[in-house]
Structure formats: structure tokens, C-alpha cells
Design a protein around this ligand. Structure first.
Ligand code: ADP
Ligand code: MG
Length: 222
């Protein structure tokens, strides 16, 4: 195991989040305000400006909806669920996105373990990780998903053949708003970690021997 994401435990998560939210929302707001002022002054590039403003508003929407997800209570919704079934749903959901990039999803459904969880939250974990895996691939290849039982814990490995994780980024994973992507929010891994903690589980990021990285989810058995 290369490294566990521990950074956000050192700093106050709430403090990081507040600063991050303020920053990430202020930027698009400043830009929207600027374009509104230009429109008010009567420029004649309305169509272009409206498009930019809608993009900026969508950025804010994306951030706020991801943040709302964290604040959802979940203890009341914990039930016994089948891990394989959930992964299967997520693979089906993201298969078109993978296909567009000529990525093969290698997933063998076998009798999955049971886990006590909030189904929609745990599915969100697999969505976040599989999406990242797909986004990390800059050429055709495959993503393998393995789930198995080890030391009486449930393991789910998502193994990609993507660009991998450079050293300087390893410690930043899971920090709110840390992203290397043009259209990223940098909230996916933080939310993932958060959901897993609420389930008594954890997330590990590992470097593959050959190509890409592996994100490993470990969950307790019921
Ligand atoms: P986002 O996907 O919006 O950038 P995440 O929290 O999901 O936010 O991921 C944060 C960053 O971690 C990514 O921008 C990327 O640099 C890195 N990362 C996450 N998953 C992978 C992966 N499978 N391979 C390489 N880098 C990854
Ligand atoms: Mg992501």
C-alpha cells in the first residue's frame, strides 16, 4: 500500500471546506457579475456572454450539489445490501462513458458479499472512483474491478491503466477542491472518504507496478 490519504485529518476539514467553497464560488460569481455589467453597458456580444454565464452558473451548481450530498443524513437508511449488485449497477451506468473512450470494463460478477450500508451513498463511492479511473485513461485500455473477501473484510479494487498518481499529488488526494482536471471539482475523493468513514470503511490509493493506479475500498463485513 503506497499511502493512505491522511492529509485532511491534519488540517481542520471544516476550515478547508469553508475556504474552498468561498474561493470556488466567488470566482464564477465575479465572472458572472463582470459579464452582467458588460451587458448592462450595452455591448453587442450578448449570445457569447450568456453562454459563459450559464457555464459559470453550472460550475456553482455542480459544487453545491456535491456538497449537499455530504450533508445528507444516512443512518436511517442503512440496510443489508449486496456489493456485487451495487457494482453491477454502477458499471452499467458508466459503461457508455467508458465505451466512448474505448475502455473495456473488466468486471466479473460473482456472488457478492453483503454489506450494511446506505445503498445510494455507497453507489456514489463506486461512481466517483470508476469515473476517476475512466478520466485518468488517456488512451484505450481496460479498467478492472475486483471484489473479494480478505481478513474478514470486503475489498473492492478499481484498477486503471491511466496516467497514475505522481508523488506530489499522492498527499493531496482527498483534500477538498484539489483537482488536476479542467472541469473537475476536486470533491469526489473527499466525499468518497467521508462516506466510507461513515460505514466504518476506508480508501487506499495504490500505485500499480506497471501502468496506472488502484483505488481500494475496504469495508467491514456485517
Ligand atoms: P476531480 O475528479 O473533480 O478532479 P477527485 O477528488 O475525484 O476530483 O480527484 C482529485 C484528483 O485526484 C484528480 O483531479 C486527479 O488528479 C487525482 N486522481 C483521482 N483518481 C485518479 C486516478 N484513478 N488516476 C490518477 N489520478 C487520479
Ligand atoms: Mg472525480
Amino acid at each position: 500500500a503506497e499511502e493512505l490519504m491522511a492529509r485532511s485529518e491534519q488540517l481542520s476539514v471544516a476550515g478547508q471546506l469553508a475556504a474552498g467553497i468561498a474561493h470556488e464560488i466567488r470566482n464564477p460569481l465575479t465572472s458572472i457579475k463582470g459579464f452582467l455589467q458588460l451587458l448592462q453597458a450595452g455591448v453587442n456580444r450578448e449570445e457569447e456572454y450568456y453562454k459563459i454565464m450559464v457555464d459559470e452558473i453550472e460550475k456553482i451548481e455542480k459544487i453545491t450539489s456535491e456538497l449537499l450530498f455530504i450533508s445528507k443524513p444516512m443512518t436511517d437508511y442503512k440496510k443489508i445490501e449486496n456489493v456485487s449488485e451495487m457494482i453491477n449497477d454502477v458499471v452499467t451506468l458508466l459503461a457508455p462513458q467508458a465505451k466512448l473512450k474505448n475502455i473495456i470494463l473488466l468486471w466479473e460478477q460473482h456472488n457478492g458479499q453483503s454489506v450494511i450500508c446506505d445503498r445510494s451513498q455507497l453507489k456514489q463511492v463506486f461512481i466517483n472512483l470508476l469515473k476517476n479511473a475512466i478520466e485518468a485513461m488517456d488512451r484505450p485500455g481496460s479498467i478492472t474491478i475486483n471484489n473479494y473477501l480478505k481478513n474478514n473484510e470486503i475489498y473492492i479494487d478499481i484498477i486503471d491503466e491511466g496516467t497514475g498518481i505522481p508523488d506530489e499529488i499522492m498527499t493531496k488526494l482527498g483534500e477538498p477542491f484539489f483537482t488536476t482536471k479542467q472541469n473537475g471539482t476536486g470533491l469526489g475523493l473527499m466525499i468518497t472518504r467521508h462516506i466510507l468513514e461513515r460505514h466504518g470503511g476506508k480508501l487506499e490509493a495504490l500505485r500499480n507496478k506497471t501502468l496506472g493506479s488502484t483505488f481500494r475500498v475496504i469495508l467491514p463485513t456485517p
